[in-house]
Design a protein around this ligand. Structure first.
Ligand code: USQ
Length: 509
């Protein structure tokens, strides 16, 4: 696996760099000269004060003794990472993942996700332990000490205190309400999601300005900020490339460096767009550095760490509000609910397995942008249509686990194109940051089925059957979705899955 992605980064990228001097600029942060006095760089290293004032471009990660070789590139020794939203699906998984790599991990959560899911009468179908037990098990089983604080990040005073105390070198911001349907229930839910997400992030940005300006912010955005441009123009990584051109009225201009248009697909996705601008502006005004991570739909249940002990498992939601599409299909297959394709199923999205998302986040943490740099990555590993996904899940469930699976096409509760072009550019992670996906869709679906089919988990899915079918319409209408069509797919053995896999494709297909 590529480890060289950050070897040639310099102190400019290192969160231990402390910029000195009066910062005065008006445009987006490119001019490093602002930190220089007559050619001398105004920077010191917080970890190596003996260096005094030095030129940050003169030292690479490869050369600095504070950066050591690790499996995902050079790694800042005992790097302090603060995870906001550490109790969630991604937050908990990342805490254990980073802890096992030797990072010092701290986290904040107010357990809202547990409450939102309970609000509709649902639960994580993979049982999760209370936080005290999670922390104890992390120590016992993996030898990881996590420093945890319970509070709402909207409580800016508490957030500031903890940032001051822990002095993070990277902050991963997962502490938002991540559900499109939840934000579309009614005015109260829409307002709540936008307030929670946008104001929480804004408070964090001000806290970083005052207390941790050198830390790198890895902010979770979403591919859904872009929508699905019906013209078919490529979905770039947040910012137009240098050679993009706008032609109009016989004239032309470069679009290079400008933010690309956003066309969010729910009030939740709108909150992420608002965050994008707030983070972008903060980098511009205060020299903060940030990756805005336009993550696709995550699926999966497996990393080595969460699988190490039942108390370390991460949550797994499959209800209509908080379950994402592949996870939902797998659960539906296990309890015999026909897989719920919305509309024609031609919706195309970028997807990423949980374990691969962890690899991406690690690489982003280890390659911080330069001060003032707002960068965007499209974090996906493959692009699929919803109906392809349903068919893949149905086949693996039937072939490998002998499950009888039907697929149903329902009236689409959402307002979205269900047949559309989709050309997404996702180059930075694989080409510049060394990301190599390790998990195939089929393997992860197999792993999920293997876990969910266990009687104790299957019965937890049965117990929330009533919240699996969609009820929340974007139109606000309260009416069950009509079934448009039901069908079965023919079995086709997927080669190489599990001990019993490995058959031939059905010749009749
Ligand atoms: N869909 C179905 N059947 C279902 C559930 C969903 O056909 O039972 C369809 C939806 O209509 C949509 C697509 O599958 O076209 C994806 O839906 P989803 O619920 O899996 O994902 P989404 O609502 O887009 O949101 C999820 C996460 C969110 C994240 C986003 C990434 O909940 O936090 O931001 O994925 S993305 O979709 O790329 O914007």
């Amino acid at each position: 696996m590529s480890k060289d992605h950050n070897a040639q980064k310099t102190c400019w990228n290192c969160p231990a760099l402390e910029l000195r001097g009066h910062v005065d600029f008006r445009a987006c942060g490119q001019s490093m000269r602002k930190f220089m006095t007559e050619g001398q760089a105004m920077a010191e290293c917080k970890r190596r004060p003996e260096l005094g004032l030095f030129d940050p471009a003169s030292l690479t990660f490869e050369e600095c003794p504070e950066w050591e070789e690790g499996p995902y590139g050079y790694q800042l020794r005992d790097m302090r990472v603060l995870i906001l939203g550490i109790d969630g699906y991604l937050g908990w998984t990342l805490a254990l993942w980073l802890g096992s790599l030797g990072f010092r991990v701290a986290g904040v959560d107010n357990f809202n996700r547990r409450r939102w899911v309970a609000e509709e009468g649902s639960h994580s179908v993979v049982p999760i332990a209370p936080m005290e037990e999670r922390l104890r098990a992390a120590k016992e089983v993996l030898g990881i000490e996590i420093s945890f604080r319970e509070f709402d990040i909207l409580d800016n005073e508490k957030l500031r205190q903890f940032i001051q105390e822990f002095q993070p070198e990277a902050i991963v911001h997962y502490a938002e309400c991540p559900s499109a349907p939840y934000s579309m229930v009614d005015f109260q839910h829409a307002a709540y999601v936008q307030h929670n997400n946008v104001i929480g992030t804004l408070g964090l940005l001000f806290a970083m300005r005052d207390l941790a300006p050198e830390a790198s912010l890895i902010k979770l955005g979403t591919m859904g900020e872009y929508g699905t441009p019906l013209t078919g123009r490529p979905i770039f990584e947040g910012i137009f490339p240098a050679d993009a051109v706008l032609q109009w009225d016989g004239r032309e201009w470069s679009l290079g460096g400008e933010l690309t248009p956003r066309d969010p697909v729910s009030f939740y996705h709108v909150s992420k767009v608002q965050d994008t601008f707030n983070v972008y502006e903060s980098c511009k005004y205060w020299w903060l550095r940030s990756y805005d991570v336009m993550q696709g739909v995550i699926y999966g249940v497996h990393t080595e760490q969460v699988a190490a002990d039942p108390r370390l498992r991460t949550r797994f939601d499959v209800d209509e509000w908080f379950g994402t599409v592949i996870n939902r299909f797998v659960a539906q297959a296990v309890v015999g609910i026909p897989l719920t394709i919305y509309g024609s199923g031609g919706q195309t999205r970028g997807f990423l397995a949980l374990r691969d998302a962890m690899q991406c986040m690690t690489r982003l943490i280890l390659s911080p942008p330069e001060p003032g740099q707002y960068d965007v990555v499209n974090q996906i590993s493959g692009v699929y249509r919803v109906r392809e996904l349903a068919e893949t899940v149905a086949r693996i469930a039937a072939d490998e686990f002998g499950l009888e699976v039907e697929i149903q096409r329902l009236e689409n509760p959402r307002v979205e194109a269900d047949e559309h072009p989709y050309e997404v550019v996702y180059e930075k992670l694989p080409q510049q940051l060394g990301f190599e996906p390790q998990v195939t869709l089929e393997e992860e679906v197999y792993q999920m089925l293997k876990l969910l089919i266990q009687p104790s988990i299957r019965s937890r899915i049965e117990a929330i059957r009533q919240v699996i079918l969609p009820k929340t319409r974007w139109s606000g209408l309260h009416k069950e979705m009509d079934v448009i069509e039901r069908y079965k797919v023919r079995p086709r053995r997927v080669v190489g899955l599990g001990a019993e896999g490995g058959g031939e494709d059905d010749p009749e297909r």
